[in-house]
Design a protein around this ligand. Sequence first.
Ligand code: PHE
Length: 456
Amino acid sequence: MATANRGQWSGKTAFILAAAGSAIGLGNIWRFPYTAGENGGGAFVLIYLGFVFLVGIPVVLAELSIGRKTEKNPVGAFKALVPKSLWPYLGGLGVATGFAILSFYAVLAGWTLSYLYGAVVGIYGGPMTGAESQDLFVHLIGDPTLTISLTAVFLLLTVLIVRKGVSGGIELATKILMPMLFVILVILAVRSVTLPGGLEGLEYLFKPDFSKIDGGVIMSALGQALFSLSLGMGAMITYGSYFPKNENIFQAGIAVALFDTGIAILAGLIIFPALFSVGVAPDSGPGLVFVVLPSIFGSLPAGQFFAVAFYALLSIAALTSTISLLEVVVSYFVDEKGWTREKAAWILGATCFFFGIPSALSNGGAEMFTTNFLGTGLSFLDLNNVIWGNFSLTIGALLLCIFVGWKWGIPAAFESLESSGHKLPGSKLLGILIKFVCPIAVGIVLVYIVATQQYF
Ligand code: PHE
């Protein structure tokens, strides 16, 4: 299909906001705090940061270089670079992973809608104990009709934007709302850190206890770094494919990575002090953020206002991420199968809803999906989160680095990144990271995990 029909971001800032919109989402605010809490806090955070810089940033740039060069979806991109090879299957894995992540991500995003509703009707305006908040949460996520309906609503919103295409829908949502989210997060962090007992939370978050590190912790940190930056499944290939030819893509990529990581740390600054203050255990699992936050709002002046603003912005942050997940799948069907954008968005959104139903029933809605799914000790949703969110992204990122470093070649990748005429700073280091450090580091983690079977 002709490039002219694919759309393009209106400029660098628009790209940064859209890509940051993809990166910043429930991964930062829901997944990062609970994963850090389950994996012992400070040591996990340190390893996560290490992976962001050693693996995350190089992979962001590697994906962008492919997208910009080929101006294609992940499958089409590999077909264009190495036709008649197995590499397009790596793109296919990315498309499948995007679809699978969307199916459970939309369920969690649905929870935020319900909290938004709760905030609007004034449930979080006054003081609330940890136990009360926990009750409310369990009640919500265990209600099958509610969770399934909210998943549907969230996917519907996603489809409505994706069908409109790149600059019309996606840009608009991110331009004003991302900066607003940032401001609210800073206010909440200040409130949380100054709560009685808050400092204990900071210590937990930043003081590494190295005895807590094992294979599972390292794998979770790597998975989290990739998940949070939307890497390993071609989202950045797709978004990079809409990047205007004359702008500095390197700078944009770095900005996105730094924003995303900053927001995750900010979320940590909100959750951990508050959690120690109200006496919720850091390793309470995926419900952590949802249970802890209401207790902060109650202690703020104008708590209801902050609650409404926070949940509204969180829902939007989640939406700009689900948009990118669906966009990867849609761009594949539009470019490769010749579907119209409209048709692809509706059909894929609806299909994803059906695949999401077991995840919506994973927290009490249906016993078989809730506890110990297939003997793994996890719920259906949590298992999907590990399989797609950790393993598939990790395998995707590993193969991508091998592709760029050893098949397509660093010079070709750099030529693509520099095609706007902006020279790449630190290109030697970046080449070494993509070619050697990333594949070796990620490869070792995967081999170690399989050898020791510490999958979760
Ligand atoms: N990065 C998003 C978040 O943190 C989730 C995501 C993962 C989006 C992979 C696209 C691709 O919420």
